[in-house]
Ligand binder design. Structure first.
Ligand code: SF4
Length: 361
C-alpha cells in the first residue's frame, strides 16, 4: 500500500470516533468495493451508499415511455447500461429483441449525428443522469440539432436528494460526489452543513476516499459541520460557470421521481418552454400513448421478483440482504436496476465480493 494511503488509514484506525457516512455516487461505490476499503475500516466507521447510480434511480415510468416510443416507430438511442434496466414490464434491450429500433450510443452527440445522417428517422435520445451529463445535453440543444432529433430527459439534481436522505436515514456525515461538484461547486452542499452534517467533496481514487473520511473525522472531533473540499484539483467553490450557464439556458428545475424513493421536489431538470419542440415526451405524446397503455397492462400481469433497490439506495439495506442477490439476480441477468451498471451497489458487491476485492458484512 502506498505511504500516503497507509498514513490516512492509520489516522482512521486510531480514531475511536463512531461515524456512519453516506456517499451518493456510483463511482465512489466502485472505488470502495474495488479496493476493499470497507474491509480495512475499523468497526466504528461505516460507509453506506446512497442513490448515486444514474441508471438505478431512473424511474420505471421513464423507461416505459422510452420503450413505448420505440414500439411506436421512433429510433431510441441511449447509453448501453440504460438498455438493460428493467421498466415495469421489460427493458429497452427486450424491446430491441422484439424488433424495435433501439441503439446504443456513447454520447448525445452520437445521437445528433445519427439524426443528421438519417433524416428519415425520428431519433430520440433517452438522456439520463446527474449534473455531470446534463451540460453535454444542454450544449447539444444549443447547437440547434435537426428537426428529427429530440430528447427524452430523465435528469436529476443531487443536492435535494441528499437533503431528503439526511432527514430520513440514520447518517452522521456525507461524502459528496466530486464530479457533480466540478459542475455545481461546493455551495449547493452547504444546506447540509447548516443542518449539522459534516460534508466532504471527494475524488475517485482510494486515497481520495480515505482523505475524505479523515476530513469528516476531523470535523466531527472538532464538533463542527462544514463543506470541506477534498478534491481541489478538480473542484472550485463556484463550480463551472460556463456549464452552469448552458444548463440554466436550456433546462429548468422541476420535481422528479427517483426510482424506489418517489418524487423529490426540485431534484429534476426539464426542458424550458423555448425548447419544448425538442421534448420527446410532449412532441410524440399522442403517437406513443397506445403503446404505453399496452406496456402498463403487460406490467400488471407480470410476476415480478421482489427487488429491494429502494432500501439499498437509501442506506437501509445491503445487497446481501436481498433474496435474489447472486441467484435470480446477477450482472448477466439483472432483476433490478442496482445490478445493471458498474456504478450499481449490487453490481459492485457481486463483482468484488466474488473476486476477493473486499469482505462484506
Ligand atoms: S440483488 Fe437484484 S433484485 Fe436484489 S436489490 Fe439488487 S438489483 Fe434488486
Amino acid at each position: 500500500m502506498p505511504e500516503i494511503e497507509k498514513k490516512l488509514l492509520e489516522r482512521i484506525q486510531k480514531s475511536g470516533t463512531s461515524l456512519r457516512i453516506m456517499h451518493v455516487c456510483g463511482t465512489h461505490e466502485r472505488t470502495i468495493a474495488k479496493y476493499g476499503l470497507r474491509s480495512v475500516l475499523p468497526e466504528n466507521i461505516e460507509v453506506i451508499s446512497g442513490p448515486g447510480c444514474p441508471v438505478c434511480v431512473t424511474p420505471e415510468k421513464d423507461v416505459d415511455i422510452a420503450i413505448a416510443l420505440a414500439k411506436s416507430g421512433a429510433t431510441v438511442v441511449t447509453f448501453g447500461d440504460m438498455m438493460r434496466v428493467p421498466g415495469s414490464a421489460e427493458s429497452l434491450l427486450d424491446a430491441k429483441a422484439e424488433g424495435t429500433d433501439v441503439r446504443m450510443v456513447y454520447s448525445i452527440d452520437d445521437a445528433v449525428a445519427l439524426a443528421n445522417k438519417k433524416p428519415e428517422l425520428e431519433v430520440v435520445f433517452f438522456g439520463i443522469g446527474f449534473e455531470t451529463t446534463v451540460p453535454a445535453n444542454a450544449a447539444a440543444l444549443l447547437r440547434n440539432p435537426p428537426e428529427n432529433f429530440s430528447l427524452l430527459a430523465s435528469q436529476k439534481q443531487t443536492p435535494p436528494a441528499i437533503e431528503l436522505l439526511a432527514s430520513d436515514t440514520v447518517v452522521d456525515a456525507f461524502i459528496a460526489p466530486g464530479h457533480v461538484a466540478t459542475i455545481i461547486g461546493t455551495k449547493p452542499f452547504e444546506h447540509l452543513a447548516e443542518k449539522g452534517f459534516p460534508v466532504v467533496v471527494s475524488g475517485f481514487e482510494a486515497r481520495d476516499i480515505l482523505l475524505g473520511i479523515n476530513l469528516l473525522l476531523t470535523q466531527t472531533e472538532q464538533g463542527v459541520a462544514r463543506v470541506d473540499n477534498g478534491y481541489p484539483r478538480a473542484v472550485k467553490p463556484e463550480g463551472n460557470p460556463i456549464a452552469l450557464k448552458m444548463m440554466n439556458e436550456v433546462f429548468e428545475t422541476s420535481e422528479s421521481e427517483w426510482r424506489g424513493i418517489g418524487n423529490i421536489e426540485n431534484s429534476g431538470l426539464v426542458l424550458r418552454q423555448e425548447y419544448e419542440e425538442k421534448d420527446a415526451s410532449k412532441k410524440y405524446e399522442d403517437f406513443y400513448s397506445a403503446s404505453l397503455a399496452e406496456i402498463k397492462a403487460k406490467a400488471e400481469k407480470k410476476d415480478k421478483k421482489r427487488c429491494i433497490c429502494a432500501a439499498i439506495l437509501t442506506g437501509k439495506a445491503k445487497p446481501s440482504q436481498c433474496p435474489n442477490f447472486g441467484k435470480d439476480c446477477t450482472p448477466k441477468n439483472p432483476a433490478g436496476p442496482c445490478m445493471v451498471s458498474q456504478e450499481g451497489m449490487c453490481y459492485n458487491w457481486f463483482r468484488y465480493s466474488r473476486e476477493g476485492g473486499s469482505r462484506f458484512a
